[in-house]
Design a protein around this ligand. Structure first.
Ligand SMILES: N[C@@H](CCC(=O)N[C@@H](CS)C(=O)NCC(=O)O)C(=O)O
Length: 230
């Protein structure tokens, strides 16, 4: 039976789940949830995802929301050992990133939401603490490079030989930097990491819609980002 994925291609966590389905060659059907039509808040959808968020999946009798829960479930169910090893120590190491992500890397989207998406598409004024929020974001980017990329020593998060679900979650979030147009020059390890992750065909594939969106709506896009969106 195919996995039913409820998603939106512009959603970072939804792309991460889409990526594991494609990488793992897991049979699946995609159901686009249109935020403009508020489809995430219908009573019918909330039976699947009570939080009213994407991604969510239905697998036979079970419905799940929260991307990291779904990524772990799919990796375990389909024995995608490299993406989420069965060894509990390796799992715990990856869980460190997955937990940190929600209040760490995820800040990229929160800043983009408040300073780009809401003002641009909903006409909502941007908060006044722009300098503070961008400074805080810089701190998270530096911390990501230091702790999780070992300041360039690691090709993948925490030095795993192959990409893991931590990398899938991270790269989907990092791509939102493009809309923020943040200068990557002070973050060479992050730049290198993005280049590598986006060269993985399946990861690149699930990003094509968001690349189209970014090229259409991104303002004064930096050449480094244009080069990454191939
Ligand atoms: N922690 C959740 C975050 C999910 C989330 O924030 N999804 C957003 C899209 S990126 C959403 O569905 N938003 C619906 C809304 O804002 O109404 C996860 O990792 O799955």
């Amino acid at each position: 039976m195919s996995i039913q994925l409820y998603f939106n291609p512009l959603s970072q966590p939804a792309r991460a789940v889409h990526a594991i389905l494609v990488i793992g060659k897991i049979p699946h059907d995609l159901h686009n949830i249109d935020f403009m039509k508020q489809e995430q808040n219908t009573p019918e959808y909330k039976k699947i995802s009570p939080s009213g968020n994407v991604p969510s999946i239905v697998d036979g009798d079970i419905a799940l929301f929260e991307s990291h829960t779904i990524l772990k479930y799919l990796a375990k169910k389909f024995k995608l050992e490299k993406l989420y090893p069965s060894d509990i120590v390796e799992q715990a190491r990856l869980d460190q990133y997955l937990d940190w992500h929600h209040t760490g890397t995820r800040n990229i989207t929160l800043v983009a939401r408040d300073f780009v998406f809401y003002p641009k598409f909903l006409g909502k004024p941007a908060p006044e603490n722009k300098d503070e929020r961008f400074k805080e974001l810089e701190w998270y980017l530096t911390t990501f490079e230091e702790i999780f990329l070992g300041n360039g020593k690691h090709k993948h998060i925490l030095g795993f030989d192959e990409p893991t679900i931590a990398d899938l979650s991270a790269v989907c979030e990092l791509v939102t930097l493009f809309m923020l147009n943040i200068d990557l020059a002070p973050h060479p390890h992050l730049h290198q990491y993005l280049k590598h992750m986006l060269s993985i065909p399946e990861v690149n594939q699930v990003h094509q819609p968001v690349f189209g969106f970014t090229q259409k709506f991104g303002e004064n896009l930096r050449q480094e980002y244009i080069d990454l969106m191939k």
